[in-house]
Design a protein around this ligand. Sequence first.
Ligand SMILES: Cc1cc2nc3c(=O)[nH]c(=O)nc-3n(C[C@H](O)[C@H](O)[C@H](O)COP(=O)(O)OP(=O)(O)OC[C@H]3O[C@@H](n4cnc5c(N)ncnc54)[C@H](O)[C@@H]3O)c2cc1C
Length: 339
Amino acid sequence: MTHTTDILIIGGGIHGASLAFHLAERGVKATVLERQFIGAGATGRSSGLVRMHYDTEVDARLAWESFQYFRNWKERVGGEAGFTRTGFLQIVAREKEAALRANVEMLQRIGIPTFVITADDVKRLAPSFVTDDFDVAAYEPESGYAMPSDTANALMTTARARGATLVQGCTVRGITLAGGRVTGVDTDQGTFSAPVLVNCTGAWANVVNQMAGVDLPLTTWRHDTMFVVRPPEIGPSHPTVIDFPKELYFRPEGDLTLVGLEDGNPLGESPDNDTDHAQKGFAERAIDRLCERVPAMEKGHLHSAHGGYDGITPDQHPVVGAMGPEGFYVDCGYSGTGF
Ligand SMILES: Cc1cc2nc3c(=O)[nH]c(=O)nc-3n(C[C@H](O)[C@H](O)[C@H](O)COP(=O)(O)OP(=O)(O)OC[C@H]3O[C@@H](n4cnc5c(N)ncnc54)[C@H](O)[C@@H]3O)c2cc1C
């Protein structure tokens, strides 16, 4: 049996769900084909940092636009995104102070609430942090983190209420073309026809691009994270932090702290590798670095660790738009910052 729809979206991560939501808002009924379940890919593994401190204006503007959704989620989307305001700190090495100040000025011109604060200010915000190896940090008082699976599910739920269709457990195996145009897809649940097809398959995007004869310089990026049970000495919470000198980021979640590392993220592996466990040695490296910034974490203990895969491009910016046969669009290559 063939199902006919206006637009087919392949992949039910944050991008497929968000696209279905925004199309539904405009009265376009899309069908999302997801080989597992909503949030099964990078989205379900994402650390969910919600901050505007990006170093290009276009990324910062996009993050600021998204932030308006997070802070008014119930009115704009409905359901829960789990946004928690913790404040966000971007710590930089002494020699990067001028660049940090210039970046904060760029963000302030956009209207983003962010300031340069001193190491003493950081100590007042987070008394358990070591602050003697940097002079300044950028601070966003309104930022924090959200729950990526909840966010994607809320977007998809509202999209469905407005006419979108979700087909889970449905793997796209081929793209059908006629006269240089997309006509639909073959899946393990039959064929679906539509004049427009959007590839939102994250780390798997190359496989789907190849079905359309599209060749992009995309590869995969593995990233591991872990949760540590925070000792009571640190207090009930702490800010969300990107710590450039230590190539580390961390954020609270209840009495846990989530930790990720900016280095040691291998490229080019199969995204179907095991992600239920972190790579060997990751937890030791991450704990060492976390304890350098927050020594009291030595009294904490490991709760869990896992990994995930995203698609990455050479300049680490996504590829969004029409390419290849008429009707084929890509929305992929988010390079670890697609949430
Ligand atoms: C551990 C980790 C932490 C991260 N932390 C952050 C963060 O703090 N902030 C941030 O901004 N970004 C973060 N990222 C990056 C962010 O999570 C991703 O950029 C984003 O989730 C990508 O969303 P997506 O919808 O493009 O892809 P995905 O969420 O990977 O979704 C793609 C979907 O396509 C499906 N699929 C694949 N092939 C097919 C097929 N043939 N047919 C049907 N369906 C198919 C998959 O099952 C999957 O569900 C992190 C990534 C990882 C791995």
